[in-house]
Design a protein around this ligand. Structure first.
Ligand SMILES: Nc1ncnc2c1ncn2[C@@H]1O[C@H](COP(=O)(O)OP(=O)(O)OP(=O)(O)O)[C@@H](O)[C@H]1O
Length: 514
């Protein structure tokens, strides 16, 4: 029988002349006691195979798996390509991870997803894990804040949805600031970037953060990004109310429509993911508007525009530009001070006030709320939807599902790329006697508002902060100058319509970010 010719390193060439690697060769099992030979194999061409294995087979091939096609081909390539890993990647790939599983997120399949799809990959890649299945809401956040021995780990993995991710983000960011004596209540405080990366294994209802950063909601794809140590820096917004820190946000801050949908959906949590559809319809039918003043500090011109066609993806030029600026220290305090004069103020009746720090894409809205928002440029896209007819608002919402249409192209919608913004509802919140002495807190950062009157509002919404409700309507939001935490993720924009030239799988970019 004709046998395939062998190369100098013992690989065989198949009929097409392409290199063919057998499982036995790569693992070195068929070549007993020949470590020199195995070392040669590891250093020759493995980089190419890894690129193939990770990027060619994810996420497109993984979608086949969801349709029930056998996954053996995928695992074959994982074995062949990702193990053994390249020396260059070895420095960045994690060896030890702390995993939090929310057993109640989404369809309550978090534990199953981790055990069946993710743990076997981690085992094969030689990654050790400490797994904590949460017992209550905020369990992961509190554990990270106080107890977790973070020195033991290379990263934290969140198995759950956006709410669970937000818990972990808060735990990690708060812990880092406490360790570095940074006062989070100071709106002007410079946050210290976290030293650990966060990996997201999607197991929630919407999994918007995972979709917007990786390009698909698939646990195996996310696990692979974690295994190879791929990373993506992200902006973190700080949200304050009168000099009191409320929350961090990395995706959507929405007052009005999206706040109301969330509040309604929380009351229907027993319905599972379907609660969002039902609450959306109900909120749309009752369509409220809210009066108030939005003031904002626009981003510099070179930060791009929310309406340009440039999408943020691997190697994004706008984000890179921003980071190199930070590294050079060009965003000096003087510039910040002079920027204070550039505040704009808009008073109006709004159906929705949204701030998108990333595209906020999800399977239902593949473009997201702000298709060209950037992941790590230190800005957020402020979208103001003024009072309009139900039909007009419906048209606007419909455009989120349509890839071609520009959802900002309506007379009642305006969008600004900003560094900071404040919202002051026209009807003030009731201020309790003990809070009356609170300093106003606005003078440092922006325009001074008239003295606050204290009476209840009849038309008052709440903020949807990355899927969590904020009960204060008046807030001050600041995008932090440095990208604040790093995800185990890389954008693989599969639904992109713009030129492919920036879709470079550049492994060195973002590595060694810290
Ligand atoms: N053991 C637990 N019991 C109850 N709630 C929990 C537990 N662990 C975490 N939580 C809370 O559950 C909430 C929702 O979790 P998660 O985000 O994972 O799912 P989801 O809301 O269905 O998905 P998404 O946020 O993507 O829509 C989070 O706010 C989290 O704080």
């Amino acid at each position: 029988m004709h046998s395939a010719p062998e190369t100098a390193h013992g690989q065989t060439l198949n009929r097409d002349g392409l290199l063919h690697f057998s499982y036995r060769q790569i693992r070195g099992r068929g070549i007993k006691n020949d470590t020199e030979h195995n070392n040669k194999l590891r250093t020759s061409g493995l980089k190419r195979r890894l690129l193939w294995g990770v990027f060619f087979f994810s996420p497109n091939k993984i979608r086949h798996e969801q349709r029930g096609v056998n996954t053996s081909l995928f695992f074959f390539f994982f074995n062949e390509c990702a193990i053994p890993l390249l020396p260059r990647l070895a420095a960045n790939r994690p060896k030890s991870l702390l995993v939090y599983i929310n057993p109640y997120g989404g369809k309550r399949r978090g534990k199953h997803i981790f055990e069946q799809k993710v743990a076997p990959l981690f085992r094969r890649a030689g990654i050790s894990t400490d797994v904590i299945v949460t017992q209550r809401a905020n369990h992961a956040r509190d554990h990270l804040k106080t107890e977790a021995n973070l020195h033991k780990y290379d990263g934290v993995v969140c198995v759950g949805g956006d709410g669970m991710f937000s818990e972990i983000l808060h735990g990690l960011v708060t812990r880092t600031q406490t360790d570095h004596s940074v006062d989070q209540n100071q709106p002007d405080a410079q946050l210290v970037p976290c030293s650990l990366r966060i990996g997201i294994i999607p197991a929630g209802s919407t999994d918007c953060i995972c979709f917007a950063t990786v390009g698909t909601n698939d646990p195996v794809t996310s696990a692979l990004h974690i295994v190879v140590g791929d990373s993506q820096p992200m902006d973190v917004c700080s949200v304050h109310h009168n000099n009191v820190f409320l929350k961090y946000s990395v995706s959507l801050l929405g007052y009005g429509f999206y706040g109301d949908v969330l509040a309604e959906s929380e009351r229907k949590r027993w319905l599972g993911p379907a609660r969002y559809d039902l609450s959306g319809v109900k909120t749309f039918l009752s369509l409220n508007y809210y009066e108030g003043t939005v003031s904002f500090l626009p981003a510099e011109d070179n930060m791009g525009n929310p309406r340009d066609k440039l999408q943020c993806r691997s190697g994004c030029r706008v984000c890179q530009h921003k980071q190199s600026k930070d590294k050079l220290g060009e965003m000096s305090e003087e510039k910040e001070k002079s920027a204070k004069d550039g505040w704009n103020e808009i008073y109006g009746k709004f159906i929705a006030i949204n701030s998108a720090s990333m595209s906020c894409a999800c399977p239902r809205s593949p473009k997201g709320l702000s298709p060209s928002a950037h992941l790590a440029d230190g800005t957020t896209d402020l979208i103001l939807v003024r009072k309009c007819s139900r039909l007009d608002f419906f048209r606007h919402l419909l455009r989120h599902t349509n890839k071609a249409a520009d959802q900002f192209d309506h007379s009642f919608v305006e969008v600004h790329r900003v560094r900071k913004f404040h919202f002051q509802p026209t009807f003030q919140e009731l201020v309790s006697p003990e809070n009356q002495s609170d300093p106003p807190g606005e003078t440092e950062l922006g325009p001074i508002h008239p003295p606050q009157t204290t009476y209840y509002s009849t038309a008052r919404s709440s903020w949807n902060c990355d899927g969590e409700i904020l009960h204060h309507a008046a807030i001050q939001v600041k995008q932090n100058v440095k990208p604040n935490h790093v995800l185990y993720a890389r954008q693989l924009f599969i639904h992109s319509t713009v030129k492919q030239d920036s879709l470079s799988f550049n492994f060195s970019h973002h590595f060694g970010f810290h």
